[in-house]
Design a binder for this molecule. Structure first.
Ligand code: ADP
Length: 289
């Protein structure tokens, strides 16, 4: 697996295979995966934050990572585009395949990985620049040679904010409301044509109406993108995601050390109505966490 493999990987255009009736569980059906994780473990120094994670993240779907605070959801999310590289003590073991390429392979360029796998953070973080310049920033850095005006418009339309800002593209992004700023950040993420968008609690700083707008937008985005979202909001996971991964903190009986583990990963409906592991049900019904 080398850089060329990542560079040459085509953006997916095919929709997932249609299913009839109730969707089969992961165990029963072949999955059109965009990520395949095998025994992934992340440490900060000697501390194991999350371990033994194996899962297939399906393409053009929304996958939610849920579980109690500190069980490694954000850590795992950041693994998917090598954001943990920016934390000196972080060490990733196991295999994270993206379109069959190991993104931690020796010749893979992490900058290219992050272009293809974008990220939207907890608090909206637009640059202190104009609305236009926020969206044009990535394409400019990448040396995009087409029409920036077109990219800006398409990205803002894609993030469902064009109508609200089209007459004030030169205004500061910081003059927008929190919900608008977060949609602007989504526009900024899609301006560099990723095929995955990672979202780390993207609505936690927003009011309920702005939250619902982002959730609607996420559903629209799955036509072109794969989304992986960390959320503390169980209703949000149930409303918006197709697949849900439930994590918890497991205590090692010998060392008494705690580490995040993946308990269960399945269709969201199954996780919320007929989960296989009692810990999942206990968490979802509010009995712990
Ligand atoms: P979650 O998203 O499930 O709340 P996190 O992935 O944020 O969990 O954190 C998992 C564990 O890793 C926590 O114990 C947290 O304190 C630790 N952790 C997260 N980021 C760092 C870091 N940069 N350095 C050291 N420890 C960290």
């Amino acid at each position: 697996m080398d850089e060329a493999t990542v560079t040459e990987t085509e953006r997916p255009t095919a929709a997932p295979a249609p299913t009839t009736g109730a969707p089969p569980s992961q165990a029963e059906a072949p999955v059109d995966s965009i990520f395949s994780l095998h025994d992934v473990q992340v440490r900060y120094g000697d501390f194991v934050a999350v371990k033994d994670v194996s899962m297939e993240v399906p393409r053009n779907k929304i996958t939610a990572l849920i579980g109690p605070s500190g069980c490694g959801k954000s850590t795992l999310l950041r693994c998917l585009n090598r954001m943990n590289d920016l934390v000196p003590s972080a060490k990733v073991d196991g295999e994270v395949l993206y379109h069959d390429t190991d993104i931690y392979g020796t010749n893979v360029d992490p900058v290219e990985v992050r272009r293809r796998i974008g990220m939207v953070f907890q608090a909206p973080n637009p640059f202190p620049k104009s609305i236009y310049d926020n969206v044009a920033f990535g394409p400019r850095i990448n040396g995009y040679e087409g029409s920036l005006d077109d990219v800006v418009e398409e990205s803002l339309r894609g993030a469902a904010i064009w109508d609200e800002v089209k007459d004030k593209l030169g205004s500061s992004a910081l003059s927008l409301s929190g919900g608008q700023q977060q949609r602007l950040c989504i526009a900024r993420a899609i301006a560099v044509t990723p095929d995955v968008i990672l979202m780390d609690e993207p609505c936690s700083a927003l009011d309920p109406i702005a939250t619902l707008r982002i959730e609607d937008l996420m559903r629209e985005l799955t036509e072109s993108y794969t989304i992986v979202i960390v959320t503390h909001n169980m209703q949000q996971a149930a409303r918006v995601s197709d697949m849900t991964a439930f994590f918890t903190l497991e205590v090692d009986e010998d060392t008494d050390e705690k580490a995040g583990v993946l308990v269960e990963f399945d269709e969201t409906e199954r996780i919320f109505t007929n989960s296989a592991d009692p810990r999942t049900e206990a968490y979802i019904s509010g009995r712990f966490g």
